[in-house]
Ligand binder design. Structure first.
Ligand SMILES: [Fe+2]
Ligand SMILES: [Fe+2]
Length: 352
């Protein structure tokens, strides 16, 4: 704690008398006999309190204390003045923010009390500043921690979303594995669905979502036995009825969370036909969810070019004849306008 006191008076007697009176107060006392000498001392010392006489040759007390304020703004300043000069000094005291003035002759108790209050004031200001500094630092730390926390939450959310997406892909691939063990079908359907959405002018997020959930279109096939799924010849009426249930089962597998709503629409309705001759609900035209109307185009195209091994051109012209029957004509037109990218490796997940 700073306990140093500077006393400035041109009379050595006054200095000595003050020193004597303050001897037992525990202050570290410096003294000077002129303002100039006092300012000189301040180059190497940092007193908490400065007490100065007013009437001095050369530099008077107020001028000195004003200079002290400039070089040591924290020092608490006290002026010692005679009764005769008090009135003329008052305005200057107020103006230069002097903490207190003492009048000559002073009482021992009065000076001790005034100087003690000056030190208290100094400590209070210092404590206040210290607390402000701590608050500022804590605020800074808090801001930093908040930012860090936000980044952490964002990072974790991204990791979580990635893991969830991977889980969905795994499930789709598991369902597809019995049909097409390379997983190429779902990747190509996803890319093509995404491109058709873009061609329809849908917002990028929506294109991404429908593209992604298109991979779940046949997830219900997980429940269809191999004897039906892999039967080389045509299916009996009964087998065909079972086969068709993959749409409803798929929708069930996808639960009831809102997040999977588009996936459920696609799973249930990707075999509905624009003219109402599809399954399982025989929906017509705009009754069929848009996502499902898009996926059927991508799904059929991929089946024709891969399972049935038609060329792109053959597949396109075969699909053209299904406009307004199997397919929504507007969506089919958008698809026919797309530049279909082959070979397959151009369907890169990273592009989606
Ligand atoms: Fe299907
Ligand atoms: Fe499919």
């Amino acid at each position: 704690m700073n306990r140093s006191l500077l006393i400035v008076d041109d009379e050595p007697n006054v200095i000595n008398s003050l020193k004597r009176q303050l001897r037992r107060e525990g202050y570290e006392i410096y003294s000077a006999q002129s303002g100039e000498a006092g300012l000189d001392l301040l180059k190497n010392h940092n007193p908490a309190v400065v007490l100065s006489d007013q009437m001095m040759p050369e530099m008077d007390g107020i001028a000195f204390l004003v200079s002290v304020k400039e070089v040591k703004p924290d020092a608490v300043r006290i002026l010692l003045t005679g009764y005769g000069t008090l009135e003329s000094a008052m305005a200057a005291i107020k103006h230069s923010q002097i903490f207190e003035y003492l009048t000559k002759p002073w009482s021992g108790a009065g000076i001790k009390q005034t100087i003690s209050r000056a030190f208290e004031h100094y400590d209070l200001v210092a404590e206040n500043r210290r607390l402000h500094k701590i608050t500022r630092e804590q605020n800074k730390q808090l801001t930093f921690m908040n930012e860090h926390l936000e980044n952490l939450v964002q990072e974790r959310t991204l990791q979580f979303e990635k893991a969830m997406h991977e889980g969905i892909i795994m499930l789709a691939a598991a369902a597809e594995a019995r049909d097409d063990d390379t997983g190429g079908h779902i990747r190509r359907v996803r890319a093509l669905t995404h491109d058709i959405c873009r061609g329809l002018g849908m917002p990028p997020e929506e294109c991404k979502k429908i593209g992604f959930f298109s991979i779940m279109h046949d997830v219900g096939k997980i429940h269809i036995s191999d004897s039906i799924l892999k039967k080389p010849g045509p299916l009996s009426a009964e087998e065909w009825a079972i086969m068709q249930t993959h749409t409803i089962i798929g929708e069930k597998i996808l639960g009831n969370r809102d997040f999977y709503r588009t996936a459920r629409e696609i799973a249930r309705s990707h075999h509905e036909h624009w003219d109402g001759n599809g399954y399982p609900d025989r929906l017509m035209t705009n009754e069929i969810p848009l996502s499902a109307r898009i996926v059927i185009v991508a799904d059929v195209f991929d089946a024709l070019t891969h399972k049935r091994a038609l060329s792109v051109e053959e597949a396109r012209s075969s699909m053209k004849s299904e406009s307004g029957k199997l397919f929504d004509p507007e969506i089919l037109d958008v698809f026919l306008d797309l530049k279909i990218k082959f070979p397959e490796e151009t369907f890169d997940d990273a592009q989606i």
